[in-house]
Design a protein around this ligand. Structure first.
Ligand code: SAH
Length: 404
């Protein structure tokens, strides 16, 4: 294949995506999962990538640099190199001393595995695919994972929604356990994060069962929570709530639309009460409601910390402006519920809203509410979610202490 000059330059500088309009010529039509060989305008070798004839994202780059052959040895080396970057986390998860044994082992493009994610929850692996190109290679990938991670006792396949039908029709594949030492396989796995226990719904839960990307932000709120009444809006399974409780919060309230998520949060509190006196002592409430409406309704209840972590408000570029308004509106309602000195922790996982515009929208919202504030920190994904290119940097989070 040959690309337009702009795409050629982007690939040379490490961008992992080639869109269909950027393909200038190709010698024939390819099939899903074939290796595309890309040449530059001087006929020099440029890159190898996974071909996907059905997607506008036509090629996902696997390799740039000197020409190479993607044989079994190359794949093994590629996986070893990726996992070596996680070595510190993996060692921290050693069975005797481990405080964290749930984390991302492979983070797609940013780790050189475009469209493929592997998360670890204790000894269970979850493999999530985002492109058809991996489906013809699934057996190879599974064999490689088993050889390299022999301690894994189960592996679950999850597919992005647009792949489910293709996987069934063209590859006779479905989501579910690819292997498990347990019979029946365990669909809910308990793992540790910074010493707290959580359950992950590896088979049916959102994402791969837990929002691992917020780990570092959860840890950041723990020391701020002492003595505070904390509201965790869009709480999911209570991740931020458990950290707040361990940090000495006076009370924690989970707010989520999903009763299933709230029930999971209650189980997560139960999992930690025996081991942690602060968790045991912290009253935990759940509210099942639409958080946008619940926060906006008039109420005398006030909190000393409010965490606002909604699902993506912009699925596409055209929704960007609306998303910014949505964040402003939502956070304005939250600020109105904060006592003097209260902390607003506001996150966005919309890839189409960039960090600078999100942070300024939140600061402006607090100012427009007539509150002065002190900025405590801004941050991103956890360390096991490297983001090697702009489109991969979706998560941003900031904490503001709001004065009168
Ligand atoms: N902060 C969480 C992750 C939040 S994911 C963590 O650290 O694990 C987003 C959550 O928002 C999901 O649990 C989803 O059920 C919930 N949600 C989606 N729309 C909602 C709405 N309108 N009101 C309340 N919760 C909603």
């Amino acid at each position: 294949m040959r690309l337009t000059p702009a795409a050629e330059s982007a690939v040379r500088h490490g961008h992992p995506w080639v869109f269909d309009q950027s393909v200038r010529e190709q010698n024939r039509e390819g099939t899903a999962g074939e290796i595309a060989v890309i040449y530059d305008r001087r006929d020099g070798f440029l890159a190898l990538g996974l071909y996907d004839p059905e997607s506008p994202l036509r090629v996902r780059i696997l390799h740039t640099g000197p020409p190479t052959t993607l044989n079994a040895a190359w794949w093994r080396h590629h996986l070893d190199t990726t996992l070596a970057r996680r070595q510190e986390l993996i060692e921290a998860a050693a069975p005797t001393s481990g405080r964290t044994n749930g984390f991302r082992l492979i983070n797609g493009e940013s780790d050189g595995w475009p469209g493929l994610v592997v998360d670890r929850y204790a000894s269970t692996l979850v493999l999530k695919l985002y492109t058809e190109a991996w489906l013809p290679r699934l057996d190879e990938v599974v064999t490689l994972l088993r050889e390299t991670l022999p301690w894994a006792t189960a592996l679950v396949l999850r597919l992005s929604r647009n792949l489910v039908e293709t996987a069934r029709q063209s590859y006779q594949r479905a989501e579910g356990f690819l292997f498990s030492d347990d019979d029946p396989p365990r669909e809910t796995v308990v793992f540790r994060e910074n010493g707290l226990c959580f359950e992950a719904g590896v088979r049916h839960g959102q994402k791969t069962g837990f929002f691992l990307d917020q780990r570092d932000n959860r840890a950041r709120i723990e020391p701020l929570a002492v003595g505070r009444d904390v509201l965790n809006a869009f709480s999911f399974s209570g991740g931020f709530s458990l950290y707040a409780a361990r940090g000495g919060a006076r009370s924690v309230t989970d707010l989520d639309l999903s009763e299933h998520a709230l029930a999971s949060a209650r189980r997560n509190f139960a999992l930690n009460r025996d081991d942690d006196p602060a968790v045991a002592a912290c009253p935990h409430h759940s509210v099942q409601a639409d958080a946008f409406a619940w926060l906006a309704r008039p109420s005398p209840e006030r909190y000393d910390m409010i965490i606002v972590d909604p699902p993506s408000l912009a699925r596409r570029e055209s929704e960007r402006a609306g998303a910014l308004e949505g964040y402003a509106h939502l956070n304005a309602s939250a600020v109105a519920r904060l006592r003097t000195g209260g902390v607003l922790v506001s996150a966005s996982c919309s890839a189409h809203v960039d960090e600078a515009e999100f942070f300024s929208a939140i600061r402006r919202t607090v100012r427009d509410a007539g509150r002065s504030f002190q900025e405590l920190w801004t941050s991103h994904h956890a360390v096991d979610h490297p983001a090697a290119f702009k489109e991969a940097r979706y998560l941003k989070c900031l904490a503001l202490r709001c004065d009168p």
